[in-house]
Design a protein around this ligand. Sequence first.
Ligand SMILES: [Zn+2]
Length: 468
Amino acid sequence: MSDEYLVCFDTDRIKEYVFATDKLREVRGASWLLTELNSRAELGRVVRPVCPDCEIVFAAGGSAVLLAPSEAKAKHIINVVQASYGHKALTASITGAPMRLAPATKTEGFGERVAMAWLKLREAKDEKARRLLPGIESYTQPCAACERHPASRVSHLDQSAICHSCYAKRQAFDRNRDVNAPEDLNALGAVARPPGYIGFMYSDGNSIGERLKQLAGAEEYGAFADKLDQLIQKTVRDVLMLVTAGDMALSVALEITATFERDSREALRAGHLPDEKPLTLGTAVVLAHAGFPMAACHSLAGQLLKRAKQRCAEEGYRTGSLDFMVVTAAGSSDLNTLREEVLTQESFVFPRGDRQIRLTQRPYTLNQARTLLECVKAFKKARFPRSQLQYLYEGLFHSQADAIYRWVKVGGRIGKEQRDALDEFYRAFGDGDQALPPWRRDNNPPRIDHTTALADLIEAYQFVLPEE
Ligand SMILES: [Zn+2]
């Protein structure tokens, strides 16, 4: 019987490492550095000298799977990879875990065995996290960029004292920089409309783990994972997240989510998996002022992403979905408060009865999100008066009746083209028979009586470019 061992690797606390600072330069640099360290070529360079006959099944996106000829070799590989990581990324680390390949083989039950190795890896990571509870070190001067580690050298860029880790991130940024790429969020916000706003996008594949488990052999596993990685690189470039100008964010997010879904069939075929049901993405977009801390953006995006993925689950993973929010200075930074209290009947100035109302229909499926953006464009094309949108928006927070009253009133004030846009919007997101615009009757558990998409339309309004 073969004594082959699986070795799984996963980078530790990626988000903490990447978002140690708010500067796009270091965030992008950190992201690039991880991409370089996690590449198949780099992994091969590190492990070949200690184990020439090991097999790299796949390596991308912060994790890797290898096959080693024995347990001793597997452990040796783990040691050299962990050491090389600390050396180059300085504050990032990676954890590896070995597991005997048998009873699986390279052609049978491979994906399922990797899933078990992955659980073991998870345990090793938790154990490591407990041991490495961060203590507060005392040092003379903290790094000017991350304020976490002691400053140890002077940056060639701005002569500030920074730590080894941030220095390595800046170097990686310089190596990979695109001449047109902005260095910080303010530069990005300056070219966007509304001025100063950026869009922070965060996506995650649905039930990818389930598909991986179904892969029979090492070859299929590698082919599927490689194709998936290429697809992510092609669509998202920065694997973890994408920061873009505010007015581009929603359409870019939609484009990425749709492209991923369409092209995912190629990855499925590469792994010899059925391709009639494509892979889908849950996507979150946070629209915030460039001065809003990036780590906070990331945390909000994570909460939105959960909702988007929940929506995908409700749709049986047949479609991707999108959730978004606009961060305002006065607004809550807790998504649950916002969705369960602010955007409900609790906000009504004139409450009536105990009806359950939602002033949003987010998260949207991919098709719905596309329709919503089309509606915004139609409103812009018809030159719908902003003052009337504002008037409608405020009515939503008064009462259901006031929102209906204002809808009728605005209908009488505007021209035909504008009224057409308004009607088209209600045809897509309301239901003429059972409720009056802007409301839609809803019977979803937990029971919500009425919802409206009008606030979503108006909030997204300034973040959608008009049709050329
Ligand atoms: Zn630093």
